[in-house]
Design a protein around this ligand. Structure first.
Ligand code: HEM
Length: 435
């Protein structure tokens, strides 16, 4: 039986509002002003959690695995969570993937996955990506118009990963569809996950019999004695964690280049623009808006808030990236207050400005996480190659591409977790295939 949940603070904010999906930047500004760097939020069924949006606080939480664990068994709200709670697949999935293992077991499995990705040869990856991107453009190039999300950005990372995994071509379409539908939470996510794990089991059985030069074969070779379930779960995590944010990184980058006059997407020679746009997206429009999660292992003070052992923390990466503290745009009083963990609790400074355009040219954003559970470096490099190559091939092949709707008509999927477009309708002069 579930018991009613109690908010962590009386002024808790429902997380599942339209504003998190549409234009979160002003919302984070308001939240920071009203609540400071650690915001009390309510998840569905009024289950309480903390949304951490201070750069320094996200850094601290992700860098201290002893105080902030990834183990959902610590949660102090389990008695209030309904059996059919829509966020269960996200927060505490059944199964045994490395995402919810901790300590040395996690370190061992994360190293195996990271090494398997590190062995991907960069030149070969770029060639694979170019070939697949060209083939996708061939498929819609003659039409003179395309929704880039359905026809390109939601397919390219998936097909590149399928190649790296040695996934048979006839299995790819069904799995790709399931993953796209599974971007929503709830039943679709459960089905997508089930299909993905089953596919990885079959792939592992095939590679045990006949190893190849692919990711599953390398994971098998590096994991003597590991059970089939553990390996299938970890490969499924690798595939989903690779496909979903990379698809949105590419989509959000193309959106920026097609809507912002500073990026001359229609210039065939706009290659410098691609890297700049990718960087700006990670600062201002990151795919990984909010990461689930960490649980406090003891009563602890975080910024302005006193947490209890077992409280759930959501890492607000987009909020942290926009923290005025890292952009040097805040008033001195607000900066000092934030440094001492008081931001938002002082009445003095008024609304704190968030950065307005661009973002620093450096890569100090938290979009790939931080600490021992951050996105593995070889994964980041693969995502970067796929996104950069995907954007470059598209702009090379369709140099006059432009939006076919007004920029204000573009909408984002209703998710507080991953930020990506529903559709990116475009038009261009038809081009013949290269194949
Ligand atoms: C080929 C592409 C990618 C692969 C294979 C990949 C894989 C992974 C894996 C396996 C983890 C779990 C690490 C662990 O628990 O030890 C992870 C974490 C993470 N990834 Fe990636 N990833 C990819 C692309 C991306 C992209 C494009 C982004 C964002 C722009 C991203 C953001 C993150 C973040 C924020 C975490 C950390 C979550 C946390 O702190 O709990 N990843 N990634």
């Amino acid at each position: 039986m579930t018991v009613p949940a109690r908010p962590l603070a009386p002024d808790a904010v429902p997380l599942d509002t339209d504003r998190f999906h549409t234009d979160p930047v002003p919302l984070y500004r308001e939240l920071r002003h009203r609540h400071g760097s650690v915001v009390p939020v309510l998840l569905p069924s009024d289950i309480p959690a903390w949304l951490v949006i201070g750069y320094r606080e996200v850094h601290r939480v992700s860098g201290d695995a002893d105080t902030y664990t990834r183990d959902p068994a610590r949660w102090n709200q389990w008695a209030s969570v309904p059996a059919d709670w829509p966020l269960l697949p996200l927060i505490a999935p059944r199964g045994a993937s490395l995402l919810h293992t901790v300590g040395t077991a996690h370190a061992r499995r994360a190293t195996v996955l990271s090494d398997a990705l590190e062995a991907v040869e960069p030149g070969e990856l770029r060639r694979h990506t170019e070939r697949i991107a060209d083939a996708l453009v061939d498929d819609f190039g003659l039409d003179g118009r395309a929704d880039l999300v359905a026809a390109y950005t939601a397919r390219l990372p998936f097909l590149v990963l399928a190649e790296l995994f040695g996934l048979p071509a006839d299995e790819a379409p069904e799995l790709g569809d399931a993953l796209r539908r599974g971007m929503a939470s709830g039943a679709a996510a459960n089905r997508a996950r089930g299909l993905l794990v089953e596919t990885m089991r079959r792939l592992l059985a095939a590679r045990r019999a006949a190893p190849g030069a692919d990711v599953p074969s390398r994971v098998l070779a590096a994991s003597p004695g590991a059970g089939e379930t553990e390996l299938a779960e970890d490969l499924a995590v690798l595939f989903a964690a690779g496909h979903l944010p990379t698809a949105d990184w590419l989509g959000n980058t193309l959106r920026l280049m097609l809507t912002d006059a500073r990026y001359a997407a229609s210039d065939a020679g706009g290659r410098l623009g691609v890297e700049r746009a990718m960087n700006e997206v990670l600062w201002r429009d990151t795919p990984t808006q909010t990461v689930v999660g960490r649980w406090a292992t003891r009563d602890v003070q975080l910024g302005p808030r006193q947490l209890r052992a077992g409280d759930l923390l959501l890492l607000g990466l987009q909020g942290a990236n926009g923290d005025p503290l890292v952009h040097g745009t805040s008033a001195p009083v607000a900066t000092a207050a934030a440094l001492y963990g008081l931001s938002g609790l002082v009445s003095e400074p008024g609304p704190v400005p968030e950065p307005v355009a661009g973002g620093p040219a450096n890569s100090a954003y938290l979009s790939f996480g931080h600490g021992e559970r951050r996105c593995p470096f070889p994964a980041q490099e693969i995502a970067e190659t796929v996104t950069r190559t995907g954007a470059e091939v598209l702009l090379d092949r369709l140099p006059d591409i432009e939006l076919s709707v007004a920029a204000e008509e573009l909408t984002y999927r209703p998710s507080s977790w991953l930020r990506g477009l529903d559709a990116l309708p475009t038009r261009f002069a038809p081009v013949a295939g290269r194949r």
